[in-house]
Design a protein around this ligand. Structure first.
Ligand code: ATP
Ligand code: MG
Length: 398
């Protein structure tokens, strides 16, 4: 066993000591077999959630009614889910009802794709009831059971197939692909939050071109928010595209490709958080400025440093030129000031200089003008020099 599994081992052992079964399951087993970095280690067990709550000191009941709790161990969270079969997904979010069961086989059968329906014992033995390993070897995404039925049960799986092809670079099995196309209209009635999560992962995948190409050729995009009304959107996506790691970057890209659709519309249609909106707006502003001015002091000053990597990724998708994070940081490190409150002058100083002026917009304008002068290095950030400069650039009175 490798590190992430070793760390989770005590959880399996504790459950087994209480005479229940427990396995590693899903993405972690798949990624382990592929030699990829393992994300979260998920656990599936015959023990009911209430029992898990008794066995461990730190348990968070995140989805008890669906059989899922989080067990915290040495600062790592593990989703522990009781073996279950799902009822209908009539609300398109969660199964209406779940039934807990005592054996793992039906639990694996409810999972979406063969490569995700793998489990592993604490001794490293793989449980593979649907030839998931065969599909891993052949790099194929294939539903567990009949694709048409599985996509009818939950059409989010259609988007998930695209996102796994984008993350893993796998082909989608021809039967599965055919069934995806038969059911794709159902995507329209999914909860948007579920789609956006998978859609963001699609754009972040290492093999994003594979995922986008499926998105395009199947026509699935026509059933997504915004795309359903603006199908031409899809044509604008560059053929050569590199991964975008956050949804804010994705929205920024689409807005830059099709400025007629506002960020506000995107955010509303895709039910994004304010944080994502803020990121998209910042990236768009920075990109527009960059197109006209290139990299300069003002660009790196006005863009929050946490957005630098996203900005670089956007530039690299839209332009052939390569801008790197280091290019930006080098300029940032030489800036005379890093933020406005480092200015050697403030609003009060200005009011003292112009006692006859009432407080008003001139103050803000003046400070912005000084800030720009200082950032561009034309003006020394020293009170006396700034005052001299102001004398030559007096405020418009109001
Ligand atoms: P990642 O590494 O991105 O987390 P993952 O395979 O762990 O990939 P999750 O979305 O975290 O994907 O889901 C965990 C597991 O739960 C999947 O591997 C799959 O077995 C099962 N699963 C998740 N969503 C569905 C679904 N909509 N239908 C059926 N099975 C699902
Ligand atoms: Mg996961």
């Amino acid at each position: 066993l490798i590190e992430p599994f070793l760390k989770a081992l005590p959880i399996l052992e504790t459950i087994e000591e209480h005479n229940h079964q427990a396995f590693f399951v899903g993405g972690c087993v798949r990624d382990f077999l592929l030699g990829r970095t393992i994300g979260d280690v998920d656990i599936t067990t015959s023990a009911r959630p209430e029992m898990i709550q008794k066995y461990f000191p730190k348990v968070i009941p995140v989805g008890i009614e669906h059989g899922t709790v989080i067990v915290r161990n040495e600062d790592i969270s593990y989703e522990v889910t009781t073996f279950r079969i799902d009822g209908d997904y009539s609300d398109k979010r969660h199964p209406d009802s779940v039934m807990f069961i005592d054996k793992i086989d039906k639990d694996l059968e409810r999972r979406d794709f063969t490569i995700n329906a793998l489990a592993m014992t604490k001794d490293g033995e793989i449980i593979d009831l649907f030839d998931g390993r065969g599909d891993l070897n052949q790099k194929v995404i294939r539903t567990v059971g009949d694709g048409y039925e599985r996509f009818k049960e939950d059409s989010l799986r259609i988007i998930r197939a695209l996102r796994f092809s984008s993350q893993l670079g796998f082909m989608i099995h021809e039967d599965t692909l055919k069934d995806m196309k038969l059911v794709m209209q159902d995507i329209g009635s999914l909860a948007v939050e579920r789609i956006s999560n998978e859609f963001a992962k699609l754009f972040a995948g290492k093999y994003v071109e594979t995922g986008i190409s499926y998105l395009r050729t199947t026509g699935i995009y026509k059933y997504l928010p915004i795309f359903s009304e603006h199908p031409d959107m899809m044509k604008h996506i560059p053929n050569k595209i590199t991964p975008l790691l956050s949804f804010g970057e994705v929205i920024a890209l689409f807005h830059l490709l099709e400025p007629n659709i506002s960020v506000k519309n995107w955010v509303k249609a895709w039910k994004c958080s304010n944080q994502i909106k803020k990121e998209a707006v910042a990236l768009i502003q920075a990109y527009d400025y960059y197109v006209n001015n290139g990299i300069n002091n003002w660009l790196v000053y006005s863009l929050e440093e946490s957005y630098y990597n996203g900005f670089v990724r956007i530039v690299n998708v839209l332009q052939n030129k390569i801008v790197t994070y280091d290019d930006l940081i080098k300029v940032r490190n030489k800036l005379p000031i890093q933020s406005r409150n480092e200015l050697d002058i403030n609003g009060n100083d200005l009011i003292h200089m112009f006692p006859d002026n009432r407080k008003g917009p001139w103050l803000h304008k003046m400070l912005s003008a000084i800030e720009k002068e200082v950032v561009f290095d034309g003006l020394k950030n020293k009170k006396s020099e700034i005052k001299d400069w102001i004398k030559c650039h007096p405020p418009e009175t109001n």
